[in-house]
Design a protein around this ligand. Structure first.
Ligand SMILES: *Cc1c(COP(=O)(O)O)cnc(C)c1O
Length: 459
């Protein structure tokens, strides 16, 4: 990699060696004992992908209570982009914590909130006037983006696409595509949500006349569907992930997003980029919308924003944001002062440690190795992603038939060998890589070696 390695401070300090090392079976005895206690008191509906109990984490490792060191290729689902307990985040949050923990921004505000809004105005795409409102979770940000779009347009409809994931609250579940495990048995859901086909290059193939479904063609297909099912004049917002996350790390074909955004602009539909997973340096740009030169009307952020602390934002056009009456937006905890301090420090870390370049370098290195694997392994149907957000889609050799069993087997092998990787996808057949951008090169390659081994073992 041509990019400088992460600075030593970002690697979790001298007490956290950056290596994979197992001292017990996975999970170990202490984790098993905790799992037993957990099942007696924690709701069964909450599951864990790898039930080892965390003791410390930093750089690219997570150490569990049995003193096993894991390579972290998941970042707690794209959250610890700047690494766990990044030094600047710890220092800034500690300092904020010692001054005050909460006043409620709706009662007596504080500078950190304003400062974070200034930062978000500066780093989000477009040089128009912007406003920000802060919340706690990605779902809450998406809900509020819809509220703002409805208020600004006086319309009710919300357009989303296939394979979308927007959260677990009632409205965002209506917007999320996949039934199991997210929606099953939890309805009825909010109404006036319209779902269009998306662009999924690996699965789009050709249309009925044999023409390839490229980005603009996929956009026309989505637009025609929405005009037929909803009518453009009914739609307040179109909400879309610029790279689909939970749905399978799907990168739309070039031109798809721009064409959709243009249609939205032509019809007064608020174009909302849900960058909760893709935003804040993950894809090798501040925001994934930039790769397609799209300037969203509103952007939602959360996961990577707070360096691990819960914070979320809606940032976008001042005229839309300010259409809401005073008091119309808010929440008790939104923009918590400690989380604001952490977010400001996370953004500083990204800038000072050149983590956007690092995301690109990780994408090149890991993507290259995964594509090399795909060349000789017909079970790998597709390798895709942007920056440090990479997915590998498994199929039955010679077909497009999803192979979720293989994704599960590879993840299971990796977990037992000391590598945290996650699966995703509407068909459950995608392994996704979301390493912290502070992972050292050797550790990243070690994690990829294990994935290659896992694929061999699953033959
Ligand atoms: C994770 C995610 C959400 C939901 O965020 P929570 O903080 O879990 O509520 C929404 N949109 C996208 C794209 C996500 O990846």
């Amino acid at each position: 990699m041509s990019v400088p390695a992460p600075s030593p401070e970002l690697l979790g300090g001298p007490c956290l060696p950056q290596r994979r090392e197992l001292r017990t079976a996975v999970p170990g005895p202490r984790s098993l004992a905790l799992a037993q206690r957990r099942s007696a008191v924690v709701a069964a509906g909450l599951s864990s992908a790898l039930p080892v109990y965390a003791a410390a984490a930093g750089g690219g490792v997570l150490v569990d209570v049995d003193d096993n060191s894991f390579v972290d290729l998941g970042s707690g689902i794209a959250v610890t982009t700047v690494g766990n307990s990044a030094p600047k985040v710890v220092a800034a949050a500690t300092e904020a914590l010692s001054r005050f923990t909460h006043t409620c921004a709706m009662i007596t505000p504080y500078e950190g909130y304003v400062r974070l809004a200034e930062e978000l105005a500066a780093i989000t795409p477009g040089d128009h006037h912007k406003r920000t409102a802060l919340f706690n979770t990605g779902s809450e940000a998406v809900e509020n983006a819809v509220k703002i779009a409805r208020h600004a347009t006086g319309r009710s409809g919300v357009a989303v696409v296939d394979h979308a994931y927007h959260g677990r609250t009632n409205l965002t579940l209506a917007m999320t595509a996949k039934n199991m495990p997210y929606k099953d048995g939890f309805g009825p859901f909010a109404s006036d949500v319209f779902r269009a086909p998306t662009s999924y290059p690996f699965r789009d193939g050709a249309d009925l006349d044999g023409n390839p479904v490229d980005g603009p063609a996929a956009a026309r297909r989505a637009i025609e569907h929405l005009e037929r099912s909803a009518g453009a004049e009914r739609l307040a917002a179109l909400v879309i992930e610029p790279v689909q996350g939970e749905g399978g790390f799907i990168v739309p074909a070039p031109g798809f997003l721009a064409e959709i955004a243009r249609w939205c602009a032509d019809h007064g539909i608020v174009f909302v980029a849900d960058e909760v997973q893709t935003g804040v340096a993950r894809t090798g740009a501040w925001f994934a919308s930039e790769h397609e030169n799209v300037v969203p009307d509103l952007i939602t952020t959360a996961k990577g924003l707070g360096g691990g602390l819960p914070i979320a934002a809606v940032t976008g056009r001042a005229d839309l944001m300010d259409s809401v009456h005073p008091g119309g937006l808010g929440g008790t905890y939104g923009g918590n002062p400690v989380a604001c301090a952490a977010a400001l420090a996370a953004l500083d870390t990204i800038r000072e440690d050149c983590l956007i370049d690092r995301a690109r370098a990780i994408g090149d290195a890991a993507g290259g190795r995964l594509r090399a694997l795909a060349e000789t392994d017909p079970r790998i149907g597709d390798v895709r992603g942007r920056g440090a957000m990479l997915g590998v889609e498994f199929v039955r050799p010679g077909t497009h038939e999803p192979d979720p069993g293989l994704a599960k087997a590879v993840a299971g092998y990796a977990h037992r060998a000391g590598v945290i990787v996650l699966t995703c996808g509407s068909f459950g057949n995608v392994i996704r890589l979301l390493p912290p951008l502070t992972i050292p090169d050797e550790l990243l390659h070690d994690g990829l070696d294990v994935l290659a081994e896992a694929l061999e073992a699953a033959r």
